[in-house]
Write a protein that binds this ligand. Structure first.
Ligand code: PHE
Length: 511
C-alpha cells in the first residue's frame, strides 16, 4: 500500500530513517534547515501514519555565564598571570610586583595565584624575606578546566547528562568558581516507530496539495492522490468591484431613518427659490448683507417667482415695516415686493421649512408637527478642503405648544448620539431669524477637536406670526451640515473627496 505524504514530510521521514536512532527535534530542524514548527508539524503528519513519534525529556543544560565567557576569550586568570611571567621572561617575581603587572583586582589575583600553585606551575617562598613566586616547570600544558572551557566554544551549551567523568570533575571546579549556569529544559526527541523502520521508501509517494478538485481528477480517479488545502478563514477575500450605493447616500438614508424613528416626516422644497422664502420670511431685511451677490446665486431665468397668498405677503410686509401682529417694531423701512420676487438658488433649506409654516397656515394644521429635510443648498463660496459651494443641509423644525430650548437640545443631541457622536455641545450663536440661537459642535476624537456643525434656535415671532403660529406655540429649528458629518463618519480630511469620488475609497468604504 502506498502512503501519501507532503514533500517536506517525506524529507523528514527520509532523514529519520537514515539516522536509525532518536534525534533531538531542534537539532534535526537545524540540520534540515527548516523551522522547528515546520518540523514538528511534519512529525505530527508522520505520527498520523504511525511512521514516527516523539517523546519529551527533561534535560539539564549547562552554559558559561558572562565571566566564564570572558575567560573563554582571554583564558582563565591563572593562565593570564602565567603569560605575564612568561612574557617578562622572569623565573621569579615578588607577589606585589606580579599583582602590579596583572589586570586583576586583589581578590581575583589571589584566586589566580592559588590556581597556578595548584596546577604546580609555580611555588611560593619567603626564604629571602620577600614573598616570591618561582616558575617550577618548563611546560604548562592545558589543564582539565581549560579543555572543558573550550567545549563551550562552538555553542555555549552542553548537556549535563552527557558529561564524562573527567568533564564532571572540571564542571565541579568551574561551577565552584561560579563560572557556569545550569538550567532544566524540555527537549523533544523524535524516533521512527516499528512501522516507520519497516516501511520502504518506495511505498511513500508525494502528496500534492491543491486548492480545488477538478472534474478530470474525478473522472480519472486520481483525486485521492491530492490533498485539499485547508481554507485560511483569516485571509480577506478578493474585493468584488461591484456597483454600490455611494457612501454619502447611505449616510443620508441612515439620517432619514433616525428622524423617522424620532417621529419626523420628510419634506422637500424647490432648489430654485424666491428671495421671499429664502430671506424675507426669515425676517432678514432687504438690505441684509447675506443677500448680496457674493453669497447668493441670483437667477435670470426664471427672473421672478410666484409669491404665496396676497394676505400672507401683506402680513409679511407689515412685519418688516412695523412688526405686524408679532409685537415687534419691525425694521422700519418700505418693504419692496419686487426684491422678494427675485429668484435664487436656495442658500439654506430653512426656506423649505418656512414653506411648511405657510402650509401650516393654509391647512389649519394642529401642532405638534415635526418635519425634516436633507437637501442641497448653494452658496457662492471658494471651494477648499472644508468648504463646498454646493452642499447638503440636515434641516428640521418642531412646531409645538410650549416647546423649549431644552427640547431642541434634546432632539439635536439624540440625533448625533444615534449617528455615533456622543459628545455634542451647544453654545450661544446668532441668526437673524431665531431667538435664542445656538451653534452646535461635535467632538471629533481623531482630531481631538470640537467641529462646528451648524445652527439652531427658536424662530422669532416675526417669523412665525405671519403664518398664524403664535405664543405659546413655538417653532424649534435647526440646520446642520451633512458633509461635515460625512467627513467625520468616513474619517476623511478633505471634504471634496466626498464628491470627487476617489475610486479606491468608494470601493473600500464598507459603510
Ligand atoms: N440656516 C442656518 C444656516 O444655514 C442654520 C439654521 C437653521 C439656524 C435653523 C437656525 C435655525 O447656517
Amino acid at each position: 500500500m502506498t502512503i501519501r505524504l507532503k514533500k517536506d514530510v517525506i524529507t523528514v521521514y527520509k532523514r529519520l530513517k537514515q539516522k536509525k536512532s532518536e534525534c533531538v527535534a531542534s537539532e534535526l530542524a537545524d540540520e534540515l534547515d527548516i523551522d522547528y514548527i515546520v518540523l514538528m508539524s511534519a512529525v505530527n503528519d508522520l505520527k498520523d501514519e504511525s511512521l514516527a513519534s516523539f517523546k519529551e525529556i527533561e534535560i539539564d543544560k549547562i552554559n558559561l555565564n558572562e565571566e566564564g565567557l570572558s575567560y573563554l576569550d582571554k583564558g582563565l586568570p591563572e593562565r593570564q598571570l602565567l603569560d605575564i611571567m612568561l612574557q617578562k621572561e622572569v623565573k621569579e617575581i615578588t607577589v606585589e610586583e606580579l599583582l602590579e603587572e596583572s589586570p586583576f583586582e586583589k581578590k581575583l589575583f589571589y584566586i589566580a595565584l592559588s590556581n597556578m600553585k595548584k596546577n604546580r606551575w609555580v611555588a611560593q617562598s619567603k626564604a629571602s624575606g620577600e614573598r616570591k613566586i618561582f616558575l617550577i616547570e618548563e611546560q604548562f600544558p592545558e589543564t582539565l578546566e581549560e579543555s572543558f572551557l573550550k567545549k563551550f566554544e562552538k555553542d555555549n551549551q552542553l548537556d549535563y547528562s552527557s558529561l564524562s567523568k573527567e568533564e564532571l570533575k572540571a564542571y565541579n571546579i568551574l561551577n565552584k568558581r561560579k563560572l557556569l549556569e545550569r538550567e532544566r529544559k524540555t527537549q523533544r526527541v523524535i524516533f521512527p516507530t516499528e512501522k516507520g523502520k519497516k516501511t520502504k521508501l518506495s511505498a511513500i509517494k508525494e502528496l500534492t496539495q491543491v486548492s480545488k478538485i477538478t472534474s478530470e481528477m474525478l473522472s480519472s480517479n486520481t483525486w485521492q492522490n491530492y490533498e485539499l488545502k485547508p481554507f485560511d478563514v483569516s485571509k480577506p477575500g478578493p474585493l468584488s468591484k461591484v456597483g454600490k450605493i455611494h457612501p454619502v447616500i447611505n449616510l443620508i438614508n441612515e439620517i432619514r431613518e433616525i428622524f423617522i424613528s424620532l417621529g419626523f416626516t420628510e419634506i422637500r422644497g424647490p432648489i430654485v427659490e424666491s428671495a421671499f422664502f429664502n430671506f424675507d420670511a426669515l425676517f432678514q431685511p432687504q438690505d441684509h448683507p447675506a443677500r448680496e451677490m457674493h453669497d447668493t446665486f441670483y437667477l435670470n431665468n426664471p427672473k421672478t417667482a410666484k409669491l404665496p397668498e396676497k394676505d400672507r405677503v401683506q402680513a409679511l410686509k407689515e412685519t418688516h415695516e412695523n412688526g405686524g401682529e408679532s409685537g415687534s417694531l419691525g425694521w422700519g423701512y418700505d418693504w419692496d415686493i419686487d426684491i422678494a420676487k427675485k429668484t435664487l438658488l436656495r442658500t439654506h433649506t430653512t426656506a423649505t421649512t418656512i414653506r411648511r409654516l405657510a402650509e401650516f397656515y393654509r391647512n389649519n394644521d394642529v401642532p405638534p408637527i415635526k418635519v425634516f429635510s436633507i437637501d442641497r443648498v448653494f452658496r457662492n463660496e471658494k471651494v477648499d478642503k472644508s468648504h463646498l459651494a454646493e452642499f447638503t443641509q440636515i434641516e428640521g423644525i418642531v412646531i409645538g405648544e410650549r416647546v423649549t430650548l431644552c427640547d431642541l437640545i434634546g432632539v439635536i443631541t439624540e440625533f448625533y448620539r444615534k449617528i455615533g457622536f456622543k459628545k455634542v455641545i451647544t453654545r450661544p450663536g446668532f441668526f437673524p431669524y431665531t431667538e435664542p440661537s445656538m451653534e452646535i459642535a461635535v467632538y471629533y476624537e481623531k482630531l481631538g477637536e470640537w467641529l462646528e456643525m451648524g445652527g439652531s434656535g427658536i424662530f422669532r415671532p416675526e417669523v412665525t406670526y405671519p403664518w398664524g403660529i403664535k405664543n405659546p406655540t413655538r417653532v424649534l429649528a435647526w440646520g446642520l451640515g451633512l458633509e461635515r458629518l460625512a467627513m467625520l463618519k468616513f474619517g476623511r480630511t478633505d471634504i471634496r473627496d466626498l464628491y470627487i469620488n476617489p475610486i479606491k475609497w468608494l470601493r473600500e468604504e464598507s459603510y
